[in-house]
Design a protein around this ligand. Structure first.
Ligand code: PLP
Length: 621
């Protein structure tokens, strides 16, 4: 358990059972659990191939309930007289089944949606049917966006148009006058509070979105002039995603609540304070302010926000707002698990040559002597010797003084030395700096049926750490250390950073791969942002996805969303499958004419080609 830190990042949804399989408790501590390995086998029996994205809708429900329960508790604890109405930022995962679930599970909490673009507005307007839930309209807006949002008021919805750019204001005023509809407005402030980590530049004067304080004042004045200052009801900010430190969250809410109070006193009709996203996920389970973690829990988050806003409002005798948060990552990350299989593995050739010939080259001999002399006392020195001899061997080979066979023997001995030195180094409490890369050098490569670019793009693009581990064989010691290489022919298509306590490690503990037995790995906490940002590099398409719901009688597969076929991905790049088949058929006919192929061979080729087009883009076992 400790190896993969599952208790840290998986609580209360993921753990390991006595059979050594990962178990999922989709309803957290309030329901049953299921064996993930058995579930994967059962799904494969239903002809669902790997890689497979398994979505647990109950986890989504649990996350929404938990967030709302924490705010409810904070509201009660601080006698806060306002309420909390969260929204889900659709950008985080726009898949229809997921958004439907969020709206459904959110109903008891009046949980709403946030749109960050015109297409997302289309989703939010059509999908959100919860009376009283918030619909927050962020992002760049044109006339059509603004008109649509305002007209939707006539359908009984209350979309709040959040001004992010000064240029949006005249457009809003004009549309409102021409439609005769009073808009519901918010302003997004550029806070001076500095965000941290990868999205730290989401705040400050140079941030991409939001209005500076002088600009906000301009908005207030122009709304007063237009006679619609009553429309301004909401203050919004977003200081970036995955905020790992609670102190940053506190600084931001402190600054924002002061702005809120001032706006209320300037005559705006303030009702809502929207704290944006940023609520972090503990990817490495360390509960620290490391970028893959966070040093606070949901309850601390809710408490600090409620307490700060209450203080700021009571100091200035302003009614407290309804609080809104736009947590995406914290709602959607846990619900999906990506399962993929290992296709093969390769390690460095570190077996010792059985014996040394009398005639052996002196360099090979030196390496042999080095190998024989390695001890706990001299392993660091032995590493330097072996490295030097290996480099010498390479240089002699390049000058033509070493044969290919001699070079092979030298390299084999070098790896044998490294293997032994690494075994000693692993037993030490302190590993010398110059040996730190040894794990990386000696790592096996596990080739997996997956595209990192499609399924875990943040791992490639921004070195995001996701927990990855085998989902079975966990009673067996994982004696190998490996990196994960994907199917794409791109050297970036790999994962070679894994979670460690407040750090990253270059290799993952894995079991020896046996080609006659499936070996499944799971990538966890990837339910936010990965699916939509995934790309078609090498034309590996969307993976198969299933939605699982746990009932008292066992699990139920609610939806199966088939991954892309080759025909589908080829059509994204404007190939027509029928044209392609026709091309091959014509060539086969020509080859038949010229007697280069038999009719049986040509039929077999065409059948394979046509069948492949209808198939999944990933490898079949
Ligand atoms: N709100 C806005 C305006 C955002 O830009 C984002 C994403 O960065 C979010 C909410 C969601 O943030 P998170 O996933 O960190 O909760």
């Amino acid at each position: 358990e400790n190896l993969y830190r599952i208790a840290g990042w998986g609580e209360p949804y993921f753990s390991i059972n006595a059979a050594g399989h990962v178990t999922v408790s989709p309803q957290g501590d309030r329901g049953g659990s299921l064996d993930l390995f058995e579930l994967v086998n059962a799904l494969r029996e239903r002809n669902l191939s790997l890689p497979l994205l398994i979505r647990f809708s109950d986890i989504l429900e649990h996350r929404i309930d938990r967030l709302n329960a924490c705010f409810a508790k904070a509201i009660a604890r601080y006698n806060y007289t306002g309420g909390y109405k969260g929204v889900f930022p659709v950008k985080c995962n726009q898949q229809r089944h997921l958004v439907e679930d969020i709206v459904r599970f959110g109903k008891p909490h009046q949980f709403g949606l946030e749109a960050g673009s015109k297409p997302e507005l289309m989703i939010a307007l059509a999908m959100l049917d919860t009376p009283g839930a918030m619909l927050i309209c962020n992002g760049y807006k044109d006339r059509e966006y603004i008109e649509t949002a305002m007209l939707a008021q006539k359908l009984g919805q209350s979309p709040i148009i959040v001004l992010e750019q000064l240029e949006e204001l005249p457009l809003v005023v004009e549309v409102s006058q021409s439609l005769g509809i009073q808009p519901l407005l918010g302003v997004r402030a550029k806070l001076s509070t500095k965000g941290v980590g990868r999205w730290g530049t989401s705040t400050g004067d140079r941030a991409k979105f939001g209005l500076t304080i002088p600009e906000i004042l301009q908005v207030v004045n122009q709304l007063k002039e237009a006679g619609i200052i009553n429309s301004l009801q909401l203050l919004h900010y977003h200081i970036g995603s995955q905020i790992s430190s609670i102190s940053v969250i506190k600084d931001a809410i402190l600054e924002a609540s002061k702005i809120y109070v001032e706006l209320a006193q300037l005559g705006a009709n303030m009702k809502y304070l929207d704290v944006g996203g940023g609520l972090g996920i503990d990817y490495d389970g360390s509960q620290t302010n490391f970028h893959a973690s966070k040093n606070y829990n949901l309850q601390n988050y809710a408490n600090d926000i409620i307490a700060e806003v209450k203080d700021a409002c009571s100091e200035r005798n302003v009614a407290v707002p309804t609080l809104i948060s736009e947590s995406g990552r914290a709602i959607a990350s846990h619900q999906s698990v990506l399962i993929f299989d290992v296709l093969s593995s390769s390690g460095v050739p570190s077996d010792l040559p059985p014996s040394l010939d009398i005639e052996e080259h002196p360099i090979v001999r030196n390496l042999w002597e080095t190998y024989k002399s390695i001890t706990e006392e001299n392993y660091q020195e032995a590493f330097h010797d072996a490295t030097q001899f290996k480099e010498e061997a390479l240089s002699r080979f390049n000058f033509g003084y070493l044969t290919l066979t001699e070079r092979a023997r030298a390299e084999q001995l070098y790896w044998a030395c490294c293997k032994q030195i690494l075994e000693i180094a692993r037993r030490q409490a302190y590993v010398p700096d110059d040996l730190e890369d040894l794990e990386k050098i000696m790592a096996s490569i596990y080739y997996v049926n997956l595209s990192v670019f499609q399924s875990a793009p943040d791992s490639w693009a921004i070195d995001q750490l996701f927990p990855i581990m085998p989902i079975h064989r966990l009673t067996e010691e994982p004696t190998e250390r490996g990196i994960v290489a994907d199917l794409t022919c791109d050297s970036d298509g790999k994962i070679d950073q894994f979670i460690d306590l407040r750090d990253v490690k270059p290799v993952l503990e894995l079991h020896p791969f046996k080609s006659d037995k499936p070996y499944y790995l799971g990538l966890f906490l990837g339910g936010a942002y990965q699916e939509i940002m995934g790309n078609l590099h090498n034309l590996f398409g969307d993976t198969n996805a299933v939605h699982i719901h746990l009932t008292p009688k066992g699990y139920k597969i609610e939806h199966v969303v088939k991954g892309d076929t080759m025909t589908e991905v080829l059509s994204y790049v404007q190939y027509d499958a029928e044209d392609l088949v026709e091309n091959i058929r014509r060539r086969a006919e020509q080859a038949l004419l010229e007697k280069r192929i038999t009719i049986q061979e040509s039929q077999r080729l065409l059948q394979n080609y046509e069948r492949s087009l209808g198939r999944y883009t990933y490898l079949s076992p």
